[in-house]
Design a protein around this ligand. Structure first.
Ligand SMILES: NC(=O)c1ccc[n+]([C@@H]2O[C@H](COP(=O)([O-])OP(=O)(O)OC[C@H]3O[C@@H](n4cnc5c(N)ncnc54)[C@H](OP(=O)(O)O)[C@@H]3O)[C@@H](O)[C@H]2O)c1
Length: 295
């Protein structure tokens, strides 16, 4: 299968390099330098020229607070450019594998969100990601959309790496304790995508949207405790900072975030046999890679 990866230098993009690199697929990795998705004509021409069987869109405007101040760019990258990619995929009759977010929900549910639950994004990031989903769904292209959450890994900028940095600088950390979600290891998202690609080549698969996230529902404060406990056990850090759970009100941000955005991964498990991401194993793997400098 010929696969085109867009956004190969991002957190998920690098994990796709790791996971797809050991398969028999013919993979073309592109970052902004080769394909700038904001340039619609050039992007469409490149996709048509490469003529892949599947495009994996790992690009996004992921700076949730910055999106509130730069709505135009967030909409361009998360919505309009995605619509353009979907048109090219439709023209080629190739699959589009696209990643979306738990922030399409408002967080008022008391139980994990299913794929059919009502969306109601509260932030520009969530709104533009939802529009991106809808553009793909109405494009007619063959697609799989994966909504995921609280992505972390050994690569890029993410909560785990921020905690390690802040923990090295301060002995006390005040971390939000009243927002709950399911941290998801980016290597597991890449593995899930590989399984889906195997399925679309070997059997009849319909276009659909799936939730895929980690197996624990934690607050940011819980997540940070798990990171520090594991980092101490693996001797990545010598001492643990004291984590104090605070409220969202005590940590105001530009973008409003859902209070509870846990995703149910039941559908992706029953359709493809993909289990939720093992969060503890993901934390351990990330920390080992960081300790060994292999990232
Ligand atoms: N991170 C999370 O916590 C989280 C949570 C839920 C869902 N998701 C979704 O998961 C997916 C992967 O996220 P991630 O964490 O891997 O994000 P990331 O590390 O921020 O990577 C995003 C990539 O998109 C690229 N990009 C942005 N604008 C571009 C453009 N105009 N042309 C080409 N490339 C462009 C960036 O390139 P540059 O480096 O050149 O800017 C970057 O490499 C995204 O769809 C995101 O919405 C993420």
């Amino acid at each position: 299968m010929k696969i085109l990866v867009l956004g190969s230098k991002g957190q998920l993009g690098k994990c796709l390099n790791d996971q797809l690199g050991v398969t028999h697929h013919d993979v073309v990795y592109t970052s902004r330098g080769q394909i700038d998705i904001a340039d619609f004509e050039a992007t469409k021409n490149k996709i048509l020229e490469i003529a892949p069987d599947a495009v994996i869109n790992a690009t996004a405007f992921t700076a949730v607070d910055k999106a509130e101040e730069d709505q135009e760019t967030a909409n361009l990258i998360n919505h309009l450019a995605v619509a353009n990619i979907a048109v090219a995929c439709n023209e080629l009759d190739c699959w589009l594998i696209h990643i979306s977010t738990d922030y399409v929900f408002d967080g008022s549910s008391k139980i994990p969100y299913e794929e059919y639950d009502q969306t109601n994004p509260q932030s520009v990031y969530g709104k533009t990601k939802l529009k991106g989903e809808q553009a793909i769904q109405s494009s007619g292209c063959k697609h799989i959309i994966i909504r995921t959450a609280w992505v972390f890994s050994e690569y890029g900028n993410n909560f785990l790496k921020t905690m390690l940095r802040l923990g090295a600088e301060r002995s006390d950390l005040r971390i939000v304790g009243d927002q709950v979600g399911c941290p998801t290891y980016a290597q597991d998202i890449a593995k899930a995508i590989m399984i889906i690609l195997d399925n679309v080549t070997s059997k009849e698969v319909s276009s659909y949207l799936y939730h895929f996230s980690g197996n624990f529902c934690w607050s940011w404060a819980d997540f940070s405790q798990a990171i520090f406990d594991e980092a101490l056990a693996l001797e990545v850090i010598a001492t643990k900072p004291n984590v104090v759970a605070i409220t969202t009100k005590e940590f105001p941000t530009l973008a409003k975030r859902p209070a509870q955005s846990a995703l149910s991964s039941n559908k992706i498990r029953s359709s493809f046999g993909i289990n939720p991401s093992d969060c503890m194993l993901g934390i351990r793997s990330s920390l080992i890679a960081i300790k060994n400098g292999s990232c």
